[in-house]
Design a protein around this ligand. Structure first.
Ligand code: ZN
Length: 160
């Protein structure tokens, strides 16, 4: 983290794909709160929001490269059902890590055909252009606690 990344920014957002379908939205929830430059949100989106004032609205379009990356065919794999721990309910949508390290890649089960399990380690939004409509709800200096923890704290400082 660099010295200038001492801001906490709150925002509401709606995320759409190229077809205009809503993929995700903060509508009906508390605004997202993040520490600038901490990697809590997509860096390209972070850079657009840092100079904005509270109440400002902006539409931001990101290429797949600035979003969740291009689809990597090498991350689409085919493994055997027997490679899962016994008792695992292996079905489409199941997510699991490739190793015990919490930083190891997250895979999704796409399909199960007999003993064959088709998995994908790409982010579900990889290869997609992302269109964000954002509205800044908060922009303030981070507290010492937030800087020490490397993330933003919500009202009352509570977090998980
Ligand atoms: Zn914390």
């Amino acid at each position: 983290m660099t010295a200038e990344n001492t801001k906490v920014i709150g925002f509401h957002y709606t995320l759409k794909n190229d077809a205009g379908e809503v993929l995700d939205s903060s509508e009906g929830h508390d605004p997202m709160l993040y520490l600038a430059g901490s990697g809590q949100i997509l860096p390209a989106l972070d850079l657009v929001m840092q100079p904005l004032a509270v109440g400002e609205k902006k539409s931001v379009s990101l290429t797949p490269k600035d979003g969740y990356g291009e689809v990597d065919p090498a991350l689409k794999q085919n493994i055997k059902l027997g490679q899962f721990p016994p008792g695992t309910d292996v079905k489409p949508g199941l997510q699991f890590r490739a190793g015990s390290d919490p930083r190891s890649l997250m895979y999704r089960v796409i399909n199960v055909l007999g003993e064959e399990v088709f998995i994908d380690g790409n982010h579900p939004l990889a290869g997609q252009a992302l269109h964000f409509d954002i509205e800044i709800t908060e922009s303030r200096e981070a507290t010492e606690d937030e800087l020490a923890h490397g993330h933003a704290h919500g009202p009352g400082g509570h977090h998980h």
